[in-house]
Design a protein around this ligand. Structure first.
Ligand code: NAP
Ligand code: MG
Length: 398
């Protein structure tokens, strides 16, 4: 069989533990037999990050800016236990954080829907894609524990020295205060990413804040989205037959429960943190979630939404065969291959990505699946298989 050729490489970011094992299996069994794969390889495994003083992570992000498409394996974010386990010279930062700081952008997460794995919310028929603003608000806060009576003020000192003051509260006794911020540049790039992604995937876009209560802070988010929509996207949305819909966050939460899905829900940072966990667990499983970072610089990084599946890895090291669900990592690869095909005008590559995704879904719908899914499946023909046998079934469906 002739392999599908590629012209531009994909930036390949290898990772850690069980997902590193799955990564190699996916390449060897599902991609390399069919595609003349071109990648620029970066080993983001924790040992190599440590050896390079984490330079490899930065290099991989810079390469993504150069080539436009990356696929990333899950990686360990070190904590004290990992520093000891891997004898690290430093507690290296989260690779995802480092990459995001270089690429900027918005993370879009969507569930992979298959028959037999049903969402807890009965009327959800289509995926709900969550777009989380990944900068600022409570994640970059400044806090004070107020010990007793006193006056708390918000002070802004402009570059020319002029001060603007607002009274927060006259404390009569102990309390707490918090300062948060965001920037117009970051909110604007978040809005661009959401509008572009809605157009690209032909789905309605929802956005919600608490602008009735937060008349300056949240209202600014609302205004930026609305102005951009009116000035740059209204016509494009009408042509594409999709809608932009703004409402209050509490109204959005209530409505989401009653819709059938099939839209993008753009969330401020905290709302996105909380709602993405709710939406993904209601749809079934983290191993069935796709995740892509869309950068305003026009580049894309695909990954799985779950971590390195540490517990499975330790069992694998003791000799157990791989049993983890590779679907989210396969879809990270197909997402990257399809995007590479689209950008290079390589229809065969895009078609291959689509075929592989269809074969994965067909395999699970036929009843062949890993243990994490058979636990929650109501398919009467359900058969639990290990990762290797799951790949064999996918190949025969392809
Ligand atoms: P995890 O990898 O998400 O796994 C937690 C549990 O979820 C697993 O023990 C397993 O449950 C289940 N699970 C997740 N993915 C699965 C899959 N593909 N197939 C089957 N079951 C799956 O989280 P963790 O083990 O707590 O974290 C390990 C490391 O991942 C941490 O060092 C963390 O820093 C890192 N992490 C990385 C990323 C990223 O790179 N994007 C994201 C999150 C976490 P059972 O044990 O019940 O089978
Ligand atoms: Mg969370």
């Amino acid at each position: 069989m002739n392999k599908i050729p590629m012209t531009t490489p994909i930036v390949e970011m290898d990772g850690d533990e069980m997902t590193r094992i799955l990564w190699k299996m996916i390449k060897d069994e599902l991609i390399l037999p069919y595609v003349d794969l071109k990648t620029e390889y970066y080993d983001l495994g924790l040992e190599h990050r440590n050896e390079t003083n984490d330079q490899v992570t930065k290099d991989s992000a810079e390469a993504t800016l150069k080539y436009g498409v990356a696929v990333k394996c899950a990686t360990i974010t070190p904590n004290a236990a990992r520093v000891k386990e891997y004898n690290l010279s430093e507690m290296w930062k989260s690779p995802n954080g480092t990459i995001r700081a270089i690429l900027d952008g918005t993370v879009f997460r969507a569930p992979i829907i298959v028959k037999g794995i049903n969402p807890c919310v009965r009327n959800w028929k289509k995926p709900i894609t969550l777009a989380r603003h990944a900068y600022g608000d409570v994640y970059k806060n400044t806090e004070i524990k107020v010990p007793g009576a006193g006056k708390a003020e918000l002070v802004f000192t402009a570059a020319d020295g002029t001060e603007t003051r607002e009274l927060i509260h006259e404390f009569k006794g102990p309390g707490i205060i918090q300062g948060i911020h965001n920037t117009i540049a970051s909110i604007t790039s978040f809005a661009y990413a959401c509008f572009n992604y809605a157009l690209e995937t032909k789905q309605d876009l929802w956005f919600a804040t608490k602008d009735t209560i937060s008349k300056k802070y949240d209202h600014t988010f609302k205004d930026i989205f609305e102005d951009l929509y009116e000035s740059e996207y209204k016509d494009k949305f009408e042509k594409a037959g999709i809608k932009y819909f703004y409402t209050l966050i509490d109204d959005a939460v209530a409505r989401v429960m009653k819709e059938e899905g099939g839209f993008i829900w753009a969330c401020k940072n905290y709302d996105g943190d909380v709602m993405s966990d709710m939406v993904s667990s209601a749809f079934g499983s983290l191993s069935m979630m796709t995740s892509v970072l869309v950068s305003p610089k026009g580049v894309f990084e695909y990954e799985a939404a779950h971590g390195t599946i540490q517990k499975h890895y330790y069992r694998y090291l003791e000799g157990e065969e791989p049993k983890s669900n590779p679907v989210a990592t396969i879809f990270a690869w197909t997402g990257a291959l399809k995007k590479r095909g689209e950008l290079d005008g390589n229809a065969a590559l895009t078609e291959f990505g689509e075929k592989l995704e269809k074969a994965v879904i067909k395999t699970i719908e036929s009843g062949v699946m890993t243990a994490d899914l058979s636990r929650i499946s109501d398919n009467p023909n359900c058969k639990t298989v290990n990762t290797h046998d799951f790949f064999e079934a996918i190949k025969s469906n392809m």
